[in-house]
Design a protein around this ligand. Structure first.
Ligand code: ATP
Ligand code: MG
Length: 404
């Protein structure tokens, strides 16, 4: 059932030839058994990092202090990690201290969930010491070992559990869920970036509505007070999954009931990138606004947004706006396509007259000229046929006389 790619097979065979154990492990085993395409193939081995580096010509020290060496084969990197026992996790990814071990079982024991704690090699077959395969069949997220201990060691696992349940459409096993609720206060110890990475993956999954579990299990207040408040206003999460798989759209779906500045505060707190913050702010600000089924009005809206964000806005409204507006929205979409096809001027830079030309005609640069340009732009947005040099220059002179 598990088709290990040739390069990973070669790595395992080489390690075996040199007297070491080696397996593919974790996410790739889980995804293979589920019939999903694994993102990357991680290898676990009894060889120490130094030994791995001796065996393979091309390696990169990507996390050598945690036992990870990346082996390069045909320009692809494979993470090869020494069997280890972890100390406490400091940032949710890297334990403060690691101890290497010669035992695969010890290495599997440190992993978070049973479905993530399986190893496989063609030689030894599946190594499943904690009932991972059974939990895959039952579609269950269950901690390896004592769940309270595991969430105490590393509270990021709380969000990982919910995130995996959303990606795989699995349920949290009851003991694991109860431990999540109890250990929720530990979320306060996890860095905001790590929290954000998990929440973003959750929102970009097949079941973003499971973000509800973050609230239902009392985790939200330990992410931040603002994050908790956002949950009070979030009535309906089901439709978020109807949005395209774009970061800003999914975050907007989640934050759509927030005031724009509150949405921005949450996203800044969670260290989202500026593009996502800006795009989300725009969608959260505008999605409740009805766009009239009228070309001048549509050009005005289009002029304030990039083409992509305008399309995202329409798509967002299709998902969240109530039915009576939907027919109008269809017309708006049609009109906007016609506007683009006709090449109507919807950007200041596409006007037939520029500030430069106004200056060449003897007008002084400054706020007045800015105001004139803006008035010309409004004319063009209303009547695209006016976007010609002669007409606009005349209008500009006229405006200046008015101002004088
Ligand atoms: P994906 O990469 O698809 O999100 P994954 O299972 O590969 O899923 P990674 O974060 O890449 O997840 O981690 C690889 C493996 O390392 C996991 O399958 C798990 O066995 C282990 N692991 C990762 N993070 C933790 C953690 N915080 N606590 C315990 N084990 C972990
Ligand atoms: Mg992975």
């Amino acid at each position: 059932k598990i088709q290990v790619p040739d390069a990973a097979k070669r790595i395992i065979e080489q390690l075996n030839t040199n007297g070491f154990e080696a397996y593919v492990v974790g996410g790739c085993v889980r995804d293979s058994l589920l019939g999903r395409m694994p993102e990357d193939w991680d290898i676990t081995t009894s060889a120490k990092p130094e030994q791995v580096k001796e065996i393979f010509k091309r390696t990169v020290d990507t996390g050598i202090q945690h036992g990870t060496v990346t082996v390069l084969i045909d320009h692809e990197g494979y993470e090869v990690t020494t069997y280890r026992i972890d100390g406490e996790y400091e940032d949710g990814r890297h334990p403060k201290s690691v101890e290497f071990t010669g035992s695969l079982l010890e290495d599997l024991k440190r992993r978070d969930f049973t479905i993530n704690a399986m190893a496989y090699s063609d030689r030894e077959g599946l190594v499943d010491a904690f009932g991972g395969e059974m939990d895959l069949e039952r579609r269950t997220i269950r901690c390896v070992g004592n769940s309270l201990d595991r969430f105490t060691e590393d509270a990021l696992r709380i969000l990982r559990a919910i995130r995996f349940s959303a990606q795989l459409d699995f349920t949290l096993e009851e003991d694991t869920r109860a431990a999540i609720s109890l250990m929720a206060p530990n979320m306060g110890k996890v860095s905001k970036e790590r929290i954000q990475v998990e929440l973003t993956k959750l929102l970009l999954s097949g079941h973003p509505e499971r973000i509800k579990a973050v609230y239902d299990n009392g985790i939200a207040p330990y992410i931040s007070p603002h994050f908790k408040e956002a949950g009070r206003r979030l009535k309906e999460t089901e439709k978020i999954g109807n949005l395209p798989l774009k970061k800003h759209m999914r975050w907007s779906g989640f934050l759509r009931q927030e005031e724009p500045q509150d949405a921005v505060r949450i996203l800044k707190e969670l260290k989202l990138d500026n593009d996502t913050i800006h795009q989300t702010k725009t969608l959260v600000s505008f999605w409740k606004m009805e766009i009239p089924a009228d070309k001048p009005a549509i050009r005005h809206v289009m002029s304030g947004l990039s083409q992509e964000l305008f399309e995202d806005l329409l798509c967002f409204q299709k998902v969240f706006c109530p039915n009576p507006y939907q027919a109008q929205l269809t017309v708006v979409e049609q009109f906007s396509e016609e506007i683009l096809r006709a090449g109507d001027c919807i950007r200041l830079k596409d006007m037939a007259v520029t500030g430069r030309e106004l200056m060449d005609a003897g007008m002084k640069p400054g706020p007045e000229m800015g105001a004139v340009l803006n008035r010309l732009f409004q004319i063009v947005l209303n009547r695209p046929e006016c976007n010609n040099r002669e007409y606009l220059m005349k209008s500009a002179e006229h405006f200046l006389e008015e101002q004088a």
